[in-house]
Structure formats: structure tokens, C-alpha cells
Ligand binder design. Sequence first.
Ligand code: DQA
Length: 142
Amino acid sequence: NTVYVLNGPNLNLLGTREPEIYGSDTLDDIAGMLEDRARELGLQIDMRQTNHEGMLVDWLHEAQAEGARAVLLNAAAYTHTSIALLDAIKAIRTPVIEVHLSDPLVREPFRHISYVGMGAVKCVSGLGARSYIVALDAVAEL
Ligand code: DQA
């Protein structure tokens, strides 16, 4: 009953990175909130962050190999560029939920395309740190 929570580039800087867009919670803060909610839902969280595209591909494969219940994926900027991530999502049967702190659709046009979204079963965005919590609630309902 483990949910992989995979975070892409620059999200290690959350808390200080453009707080007017991404809020002041750090990734550790978000991990804490997710763990609390996961306990209530009878789920477990495996929270990770990398700045490397191929690492996200490897972790998606691992999620399936390890029998993860689902993946919450905030691929950050790779969302808008990575066909490799889309192919990885399509290559596994583990459901992937796309997550964003901000709402990319109301930002610059280059953020309006989401390759991740073409393979994901759902998308939760624009709620700040709460996007992750709502996405976890959605896992319980999958
Ligand atoms: C983001 C949105 C992306 O467009 C951006 O590149 C990020 C963060 C978000 O969580 O709002 O790095 O995924």
C-alpha cells in the first residue's frame, strides 16, 4: 500500500524558491503532511526528489516493480518537455497522478502543454502544498 511521491527538478529548493508562486512550505513540510494523511488513509508514502530526468524514469519503473499502489508525480519543468516520462508512464500499469503546486495553465504558454498529463489518470494543481494531499485522497478512491 505504498504510494511513491516523485518530485522533479528544483523542488529541493521549495520554501525559498519563488515563494509567491510555490508557497513557503518545504518539501520536508509537504512530506510530513502527506505522512499524516497517509496514516489516516492506511497508506504509506515513499517521498523522493531528483533534479535528473532519467532518475524519474527509473523510479517510475521501480514503482511498478515494487507493486506500488500509485505514483504522485510532480515532474516540475520536465512535465512540459519529457516524452521519456510520458513513455515511462505509459509503460507501467501503476496509476500516475500528476501534481503541481501552481496551476501551469494560468502561467506562461510553454507550461500549457503537459506530456505527463497525456499519460496520467488525474491531475491536481493550483492548490499549493494541498495539491499533494488532494492527490493522495484521490489515490484512496482509485
Ligand atoms: C510545477 C510547475 C512547473 O511548471 C514548474 O516548472 C515547476 C513546478 C508546480 O509544482 O507548480 O518547477 O510543477
